[in-house]
Design a protein around this ligand. Structure first.
Ligand code: NAD
Length: 257
């Protein structure tokens, strides 16, 4: 119900790459709002640790995002356990940063596979499940949500990240195309471009000079924490965002303005 408490009570939410960092904070925030959460991560131990903290309405999944088989397996596990899925968060990701002249084919392919193909495959899996449900329900069907994760690199590019920027720009393309394609089925598709200190970004801050230069780009002067990013995901998963689709929300201290 719009204007409510952004409750996620009863919603089943799949979050990929939720064993650490932003995905973990999103899983915790969703669970606090009453969601039942599928915590996917290729790092099984990390996913299980998150689930332990969330309690009984959560489960761990360790499919390696990046193929149709993994996406289908992830969805099948969620349906087996919870019988429904309402929200998909495509968050899993890796970096293989390298200047163009040194980047290997493997480094290019891996980043494209996890971020771009993985997002596509998971979206495909849930939409193949949702489509007949939405058609049977007709007008007034409850909105279902896909939240993709892009990046400043996917909006403005970044030195040493041409593989990642291409994948994340592709994620924006998926977001806009799916929003147009799936709107008639009451499926909202949005993206978030975060900036937070996590296992992915901490190494970029190890050199003090490079760190200072990096922080200069943030009007708010600092990296966020994963817990500061999570509320935007709660909003886009909740019924409060039923009239928002095809958008990319930067939660990044002003990095992209
Ligand atoms: N941290 C930032 O500032 C920032 C900025 C822009 C975009 N992002 C994006 O946010 C998302 C989360 O990043 P993070 O900073 O929390 O990183 P993180 O490294 O802390 O977490 C990423 C998680 O994804 C998991 N993972 C990697 N490959 C996987 C696969 N194939 N299948 C399943 N799980 C996999 C990892 O094990 C890890 O737990 C990523 O998509 C990243 O590109 C992060």
């Amino acid at each position: 119900m719009p204007g409510g408490e952004q409750s996620l009570e009863g919603k089943v939410c799949i979050i990929t790459g939720a064993g650490n960092g932003i995905g973990r904070a999103v899983a915790e925030a969703f669970a606090r709002r009453g969601a039942r959460v599928v915590v996917n991560d290729v790092d099984r131990a990390a996913a299980e640790e998150v689930v332990l903290g969330l309690g009984s309405d959560a489960t761990a999944d360790d499919h390696a995002i990046g193929t149709v088989a993994a996406a289908d397996g992830l969805l099948a596990g969620a349906l087996d356990l919870f019988g429904r899925v309402d929200v998909l968060v495509n968050n899993a990701g890796v970096l293989r940063d390298r200047m163009l002249h040194n980047m290997s084919e493997g480094e290019f392919d891996e980043v494209i596979r996890v971020h771009l193909k993985g997002t596509w495959a998971c979206g495909r899996a849930v939409v193949r499940h949702w489509r007949p449900l939405a058609k049977a329900e007709g007008p007034g069907a409850p909105n279902r949500k896909i939240i993709n994760v892009t990046s400043a690199s996917g909006l403005i590019g970044a030195v040493g990240q041409s593989n990642y920027a291409a994948a994340k720009m592709g994620v924006v393309g998926l977001t806009k195309s799916w929003a147009k394609e799936l709107g008639p089925l009451s499926i909202n598709v949005n993206a978030i471009a975060p900036a937070a200190l996590t296992g992915m970004t901490e190494p970029l801050m190890s050199d003090p000079q490079a760190a200072a230069k990096r922080l200069d780009r943030f009007p708010l002067g600092r990296y966020g924490s994963p817990d500061e990013i999570a509320p935007a995901f709660v909003y886009l998963a909740s019924d409060d965002s039923d009239y928002v689709t095809g958008q990319t929300l930067c939660v990044d201290g002003g990095l992209v303005i």
